[in-house]
Design a protein around this ligand. Structure first.
Ligand code: GDP
Ligand code: MG
Length: 293
């Protein structure tokens, strides 16, 4: 993998931001990308969250394989998280979250009551790595009825809170977390889902990894989109997972689309770009890259 020099500085700032804000909230809402529910989780979030309640939003549900989404949901529920899978662009889907926030804050409300405190709003912070849908989520959740409230007593100056009715307050800027770089494949998946810059790997290399995953687990979707009637792929062409076979497949896709590069050769780069773009915009179908057997 190419260098990721940007990473340490970015991380330090993010850690500071999270640590500064975590003390202000009762509840942490972490958003992940359902296409990569493991790779898009921040490695340190559970530690930062401490004993506070956690809600895990599996966003981009509309783009992910529903079977995998269910498996990952159970997996995280068994770890004690409240899990909601959703499409943050849909208001209806977002309204579900309010109920879950209520559920997550029950313990806190009971504790307040014992101390004679009534109706203190629950404060929540939304966080997640880039491009998982944090801003979309906040916008949908807050909707038009939102009101920015000023600094409340006891709250660090300069923090803006958004009231969701009388009982919930959201920190108005999402916490941007750092992704984990456990291994090369985590980086590949993060790049494919747009959470880290693609330049971290060459686009053709990324496309070949995407092809590997799709050929293994979603071959029907692949054929439906890229098989041409005039020159169908052979069983051999679909079987290879080595670089030469995958490069050849990219060329076949390029030829079928008339992507021709200088020298009258199939334009592999353009096919790679298209493949990644098709994946990111959901045109190939519902695909989950992280696996859970
Ligand atoms: N298909 C789909 N797109 C989404 C979803 N949530 C967000 N998006 C889109 O993903 C892009 C990035 O979302 P954004 O909220 O800016 O992500 P952030 O970087 O985490 O704040 C935007 O174009 C959103 O419209 C979702 O659940 N499904
Ligand atoms: Mg954002």
């Amino acid at each position: 993998m190419a260098d990721y020099q940007w990473y340490p500085g970015h991380m330090t700032k993010a850690v500071r931001m999270m640590q500064e804000n975590i003390g202000l909230v009762d509840l942490v809402i972490e958003i992940v990308d359902s296409r990569i529910p493991v790779s898009s989780r921040n490695p340190d979030i559970d530690r930062l969250r401490g004993s506070k309640s956690g809600i895990l939003i599996m966003n981009r549900q509309d783009q992910a394989d529903p079977v995998m989404t269910d498996r990952f949901r159970s997996f995280y529920e068994n770890k004690g998280l409240l899990v909601v899978s959703m499409d943050a662009r849909s208001r209806r889907s977002v309204s579900q979250v309010r109920g879950v926030i209520d559920q997550a804050s029950r313990a806190k409300r009971e504790k307040d009551l014992k101390r004679g405190i009534r109706n203190r709003p629950v404060r929540a912070m939304v966080c997640g790595i880039p491009n998982v849908g944090k801003s979309t989520f906040i916008n949908s959740l807050v909707g038009r009825a939102s009101a920015k409230t000023g600094n409340k007593p006891g709250v660090t100056k300069g923090k803006q809170w958004i009231s969701l009715g009388a009982s919930i307050q959201l920190l108005d800027t999402p916490g941007i977390l750092w992704p984990k770089f456990e291994d090369r494949m985590t980086g590949v998946r993060l790049a494919l889902c747009g959470s880290i810059r693609e330049e971290i790997l060459d686009e053709e290399e990324l496309a070949m990894e995407l092809l590997r995953a799709i050929l293994d687990d979603y071959q029907d979707l692949f054929l439906e989109r890229y098989q041409s009637a005039e020159a169908p792929f052979t069983a051999d062409e679909l079987a290879g997972r080595d670089e030469v076979s995958l490069a050849h497949l990219l060329e076949r896709i390029a030829s079928a689309r008339n992507f021709i590069a200088r020298g009258q050769v199939p334009d592999r780069k353009r096919a790679a770009h298209m493949l990644i773009d098709d994946f990111q915009s959901g045109r190939i179908g519902r695909i989950t890259l992280d696996r859970m057997e």
